[in-house]
Design a protein around this ligand. Structure first.
Ligand SMILES: C[S@@+](CC[C@H](N)C(=O)[O-])C[C@H]1O[C@@H](n2cnc3c(N)ncnc32)[C@H](O)[C@@H]1O
Length: 279
């Protein structure tokens, strides 16, 4: 094996980083601008000092590698990330795919509301997938700093025409006349009582993006679902990412609020992860 690859793997592995192989690949490929395959086939690695510096920083601080690099990949695109936004997770890609499938065949203008935009990964991915449709996405967040990052990402991906950003506490700044075909959200859903059981890396992410204050972590789902009669168009859809052990609780709230066609989709770890419903 190439000695730099081996060295980086060792630095990360010795620091107890579980995904040391994936992170080695990410660091080397992004800093040297070469694929690991090419390096293994003999191409010379550039910026070795920088690569070692980044790996050492990751090992010493345990800050998420995405924060050290300043970006994360989501659906094949690079998103700027920082301490103001949640690092986009792989599971959220399933939410994007499911949301897209719900609305892709609509021929008239499509209006989407993204609650808790964070880095902008959901809004930008939907805007990109629906690039040939007439769409408008309203992306809200309670954090102005998150909105600034989302705006930067939308600009970088040339999607700024498709997305309107607004600071709002869930629906607080949504006007009565604004109606949506799809409300999508990956709200904070970790019960606060689990704060001390999380990986050290999660502590670098904003608490406002992670935690719900109630026992089961479902306070945001209740608020989002209760607001839908006012803001969903007739036949509109709701699609949300959910946490472990929350699917039954949230399904019941959806039933109580007259939703139908409730669909629960599992992630790769076989955990109920996405819930979609139709009003
Ligand atoms: C789990 S993160 C999701 C971020 C991004 N959509 C993603 O999937 O990676 C939740 C987001 O909700 C935002 N948020 C928290 N409380 C909120 C509220 N009351 N109203 C609107 N957004 C809120 C947080 O700032 C954070 O950006």
């Amino acid at each position: 094996m190439n000695t730099t690859i081996k060295q980086i793997e060792e630095i990360l592995h010795n620091a107890g980083i579980e995904e040391y192989k994936q992170e080695t690949k990410l660091i080397i490929e992004s800093v040297s601008d070469l694929t690991l395959e090419k390096i293994i086939l003999g191409e010379e690695i550039k910026n070795i000092d920088k690569i070692i510096e980044i790996a050492q920083k990751r090992a010493d601080t345990k800050a998420p590698i995405q924060h050290i690099l300043g970006f994360a990949y989501f659906m094949g695109e690079k998103y700027i990330v920082n301490s103001d936004v949640l690092i986009p997770r792989d599971e959220t890609e399933i939410l994007v795919e499911e949301s897209y499938n719900l609305i892709k065949n609509k021929n008239e203008k499509i209006d989407i509301l993204d609650i808790g935009v964070g880095s902008g990964c959901i809004s930008c991915s939907l805007a990109k997938k629906l690039i040939n449709k007439e769409i408008e996405i309203l992306a809200v967040d309670i954090s102005l700093d998150a909105i600034k990052t989302a705006l930067e990402n939308a600009d970088k991906l040339d999607l700024i025409r498709k997305i309107v950003f607004r600071k709002s506490d869930i629906y607080s700044k949504i006007r009565d006349c604004e109606k949506f075909d799809l409300i999508v959200s990956n709200p904070p859903y970790i019960p606060l009582k689990e704060k001390n059981n999380l990986q050290k890396e999660v502590g670098f992410e904003p608490e406002i993006a992670l935690f719900a204050n109630d026992e089961d972590g479902i306070e945001f789902y209740e608020k989002i679902i209760k607001g839908t009669p006012k803001y969903l168009k007739p036949n509109g859809y709701l699609a949300m990412e959910i946490g472990i052990n929350q699917s039954e609780l949230i399904k019941n709230i959806l039933i109580e609020n007259n939703f139908k066609d409730i669909n629960i989709i599992k992630d790769l770890a076989n955990i109920d992860r996405i819930i979609t419903a139709h009003i």
